[in-house]
Design a protein around this ligand. Structure first.
Ligand code: C2E
Ligand code: MG
Ligand code: MG
Ligand code: MG
Length: 283
């Protein structure tokens, strides 16, 4: 800390620093209690086929029902959870909740659609995610084909990471593996060859650009070509307009997800999935 403004400035800086630190420690203590008392709930956002409009899967997204501050979104606590390791406990609760929900949903005359669960890199180094998922599926009597895992590429890149081994074990049981937020962070195309991924989710930052620049459409087309050559389907995340839907269809994108299609839904509204008008009618 540099004293630039005399004693007053220094104290101001210190006071601000302490306030930030105190708020962080408080949030950490609350988050620890939240794991102990299970204050988490899940919402489910559909991912649909761009041609037929059929719901293919639901992405499980965690929410924290904070005792005084209301329902908190991941941006308010996931980073802290990852830094403190609390993400491991949260992850266990999430996996169990999703399997319990899959067992509770019924779909008269139809099949349930699978649920995809986000798993952070940190979870792989502190827990055997494959064993956790297998045990939770068994506990609730849920078939593996109803469970999907979303991981970012950074999980794969960390040297010595157990992620590839665990993901392969899950994949062998019929769990689908999705690459999340593709195109951001330390993306490396070579990572995609290393594992048998099923689906590539292109980050919403790219979806936001496709209606605006030719470069972004060229880039998206290259991703689709590569993914299809590797046997993967492509999802565009963060679809917010009909114009984006039309462009994505023309770029041979397979699946879409975003507020234009549906926001994340409470469990009771998510399954059984409502029949949806074919998107073909839109183009
Ligand atoms: P993600 O996995 O990439 O999830 C997509 C995020 O984008 C979700 O935010 C979703 O609500 C939001 N979204 C969906 N459609 C649109 C759209 O059209 N426009 C915009 N602007 N946003 C859209 P959410 O639920 O706040 O989650 C944020 C991130 O937190 C997730 O990004 C994921 O990385 C992480 N996360 C969420 N749930 C879990 C969890 O259970 N475990 C772990 N480890 N991470 C989680
Ligand atoms: Mg995701
Ligand atoms: Mg994503
Ligand atoms: Mg994201």
């Amino acid at each position: 800390s540099v004293k630039t403004n005399g004693k007053g400035g220094y104290q101001f800086f210190e006071a601000g620093f302490h306030a930030t630190l105190r708020a962080r420690l408080e949030l950490e203590a609350e988050l620890r209690a939240a794991v102990a008392h299970d204050e988490f709930t899940m919402v489910y956002q559909p991912r649909i086929d761009v041609i037929t409009g059929a719901t293919l899967s639901l992405e499980a997204l965690v929410r924290w029902q904070h005792p005084s501050r209301g329902l908190l979104e991941p941006r308010e606590f996931i980073a802290l959870a990852e830094e403190t390791g609390l993400i491991v406990g949260i992850g266990e609760l999430v996996i169990d909740k999703v399997c319990a929900q899959l067992a509770a949903w019924t779909s008269p005359g139809g099949e349930l659609v699978p649920v995809s669960v986000n798993v952070s890199p940190r979870q792989f180094s502190h827990a055997n995610v494959a064993d956790l998922v297998t045990a939770a599926l068994d506990r609730h009597g849920v078939p593996a084909r109803l469970f999907e895992v979303e991981i970012t590429e950074s999980s794969m890149m960390e040297s010595g990471s157990q992620a590839p081994r665990m993901l392969e074990a899950l994949h062998a049981q019929g769990v689908k593996i999705l690459v999340d937020d593709f195109g951001t962070g330390y993306s490396s195309l070579s990572q995609l060859q290393k594992l048998d991924f099923d689906v590539l989710k292109v980050d919403q930052a790219f979806t936001a650009e496709i209606a605006h620049t030719n470069e972004s459409r060229v880039f998206f087309t290259a991703i689709v070509t590569m993914a299809h050559a590797l046997g993967m389907r492509v999802v565009a995340e963060g679809v917010e307009s009909l114009e984006q839907v039309r462009i994505l269809k023309s770029l041979d994108c397979d699946e879409i997800q975003g507020y234009y299609i549906s926001p994340p839904l409470p469990p009771g509204d998510a399954q059984p999935v409502a029949p949806r008008a074919a998107l073909a009618a839109m183009s």
